[in-house]
Design a protein around this ligand. Sequence first.
Ligand SMILES: *Cc1c(COP(=O)(O)O)cnc(C)c1O
Length: 384
Amino acid sequence: MITGNFPINRFKEEETPFYYYDTDVLRDTLDSLKRILADSPDFKVHYAVKANANPEILRIIAKAGLGADCVSGGEILAAVNAGFAGNKIVYAGVGKTDKEINIGIDNDIFCFNVESVSEVEVINDLAAAKGKVVKVAIRVNPDVGAHTHANITTGLAENKFGIAMADLDSVIALCRNLPNIEFIGLHFHIGSQILDMSDFVALCNRICEIVTHLRARGIEIPDINVGGGLGIDYKHPNHHPIPDFDAYFNTFRRNLKLRPGQTLHFELGRAIVAQCGSLISRVVFVKQGTHKKFVILDAGMTDLIRPALYHSYHRIENISSDSTIIERYDVVGPVCESSDVFGKEVDLPETHRGDFIAIRSAGAYGEVMASQYNCRSLPHSLLL
Ligand SMILES: *Cc1c(COP(=O)(O)O)cnc(C)c1O
């Protein structure tokens, strides 16, 4: 499949900037996921809502039958409103408030991924007050690195997430002693935008060690959740619109042998939604600087913060010019911050005021992270 054909005439009716979601790409991605999982009934995928919580996107993913992975009470409500079944929702987060825990309990979610001793105790008390028993998995900090940006590794001992392996036995014992908690398993998440499958092999090896250690003490682990983190091809969105799900799931099939009755849970975010989205903007001005030419967009870091926050690469295309002259530009936004840059030294066809620019692979961690800094409007969205 080749993507990247944009309905320019339709775009001309829209105020810019906006997020354009190609729902064919999203549906093809979900179909591919379903095909690969068809013969693995013990694998369950929960979509990580934080990657993109656009209500229409959520509805399409819920309809495809996936569960939801939430990191706040607001996300649980957004997921339920979009049609995700409560019993397919998992909920992680280091700072769940009482209000958020109650949202989870009231919606009978599948499981809380707990990250501290006090959290376990509070969940037990709040569940007791409602006369319920709540399923809990312990989020383990496996001290496994991922070859990705430092700000998006989460599984190292220095990160704030999860419970250290040394404390695992005592926290499991605590869970099993509390009357309103049902301990069902372990949860892991080592980071994001991971393309090197050996990182996931390292995770599998660590999980095998832990599960073997616990079995030796008579503790069974019915549910293992390996989190998300599968990366996508930001350089070539047209040629690789669908991530390599085969390689990803095969890594777990080969390296984590499940026992009868065990379920392996996944929490994919970026891999499901990144490639279906583009940020579409118009060129406000083209400016000749002292050493450089700048293309100044009406979209800025308030619409898509990833380049400013993580120095992330996004492919930038002029989708309305048919000029054969190629020029080199820095493509920037209008926000009063020097980091408001989408790309430096980008080769584009000769670009003019009013041209349409697509910033590709922006479906994940794009619209959800938009802000109103500089009193700017939030970007709207167009699903076609
Ligand atoms: C962010 C997050 C995910 C999803 O990560 P992706 O890289 O988008 O797949 C999954 N699980 C947890 C706990 C997360 O915080």
